[in-house]
Design a protein around this ligand. Structure first.
Ligand code: ADP
Ligand code: F6P
Length: 319
């Protein structure tokens, strides 16, 4: 192993930079050349690749986003796209690849591995939607952002005696809504994994009001559906004025939390060590506070489940 490549792909996540820094510095410590591949699989197809050194990764541990930039690349999903990528890997002499991203990114990495490229993946997505790992890098930073927003929205919600829906990201996964709803003391948490009962939510709004509560915060995961329709229904059924805030991409940016920086540093270091040990086709993750690595294929076949115990607890605590 002489030269390794690094790719960040899919939705960016806070902590990606800390992982890049860790990979680059561990690689250089081990006398390897490091190539940074720009804009996800796009850069791999087009040979947008540059050499990295110790100072390329100076002053980035605390920065959100990814210095290598990211993209979604449909061409890579085609046979021709894959061939192009394999050719670029040969031309640049890349002996091993470390890939940072979510499950789509991992599927692409699996294809490269099946075609002979030693590949190690690091889970980076704010969604925390990968079943094989307890944690994906960027998740807690996003949750902190949402909790901060909920606190601010709660102030104005109380002043006006309103219900406020805070729509959060997560694709089909309710983890951002559940964790930030719990930490932010939301009165209702609505996630795609649990059948959504409008009458129950309205009952909670009315019960809260009767107890003298002035606000009602609803953490709604984007995978559930249209927040404005939910708001209209609540207003109609409860008579409580209801506003919607869609937090959007604010959740994807910002300086990573210390936890995300530490996990990213650990996983980047471990990924490089695995490549040096001749491991390939592996996904890194965290189980019970330990960094694990398993076959990429197994990782991709493990379905994500919502922590129902936590969901039920949050419901009890928010009454
Ligand atoms: P994430 O990695 O955050 O889940 P995406 O699902 O958008 O983000 O995937 C990122 C990129 O990974 C896609 O744009 C595409 O280039 C690649 N990718 C996704 N699915 C596949 C697949 N089945 N085969 C090959 N490449 C894929
Ligand atoms: O996967 C991360 C994520 O932010 C999801 O939560 C969200 O649904 C999606 O990406 C948004 O994608 P884009 O940035 O392409 O609009």
């Amino acid at each position: 192993m002489k030269t390794i490549g690094i790719i960040t792909s899919g939705g960016d996540a806070p902590g990606m930079n800390a992982a890049i820094r860790s990979i680059v510095r561990t690689a250089i410590y081990n006398d390897l050349n490091v190539l940074g591949i720009k804009q996800g699989y796009n850069g791999l197809l087009n040979g947008e690749i540059e050499e990295m050194n110790l100072s390329s990764v100076a002053d980035i541990i605390h920065r959100g986003g990814t210095m290598l930039r990211s993209a979604r690349c449909d061409e890579f999903k085609t046979e021709e796209g894959l061939e192009k990528a394999l050719n670029v890997i040969r031309v640049f002499g890349i002996d091993g690849l470390i890939v940072l991203g979510g499950d789509g990114t991992f599927r692409g990495a699996q294809k490269l591995f099946e075609n002979g490229v030693p590949t190690i993946c690091i889970p980076c997505t704010i969604d925390n939607d990968m079943g094989y790992t307890d944690y994906t890098i960027g998740f807690m930073t996003a949750v902190e952002t949402v909790v901060d927003a909920i606190g601010k929205i709660r102030d104005t919600s109380t002043s006006h005696g309103r219900a406020n829906i805070v729509e959060v990201m997560g694709r089909n996964c309710g983890d951002i809504a559940l964790y930030s709803g719990l930490a932010g003391g939301a009165e209702s948490i609505i996630v795609p994994e649990v059948d959504f009962n409008m009458d129950e939510v309205c009952k909670r709004v009315i019960q809260g009001k009767n107890r003298g509560k002035l606000h009602h915060i609803i953490a709604l995961a984007e995978g559930v559906g249209n927040a404005y329709e939910v708001a209209e229904e609540i207003e109609k059924k409860t008579g409580t004025e209801t506003r919607v805030t869609i937090l959007g991409h604010i959740q994807r940016g910002g300086s990573p939390t210390a936890f995300d920086r530490i996990m990213a540093s650990k996983m980047g270091h471990k990924a490089l060590k695995l490549l040096l040990q001749g491991e390939a086709g592996k996904a890194l993750g965290i189980k019970c506070n330990e960094i694990i690595h398993i076959d990429l294929e197994e990782a991709l076949n493990t379905e994500k489940e919502l922590d129902m115990g936590m969901y039920e607890m949050a419901k009890i605590l928010s009454i």
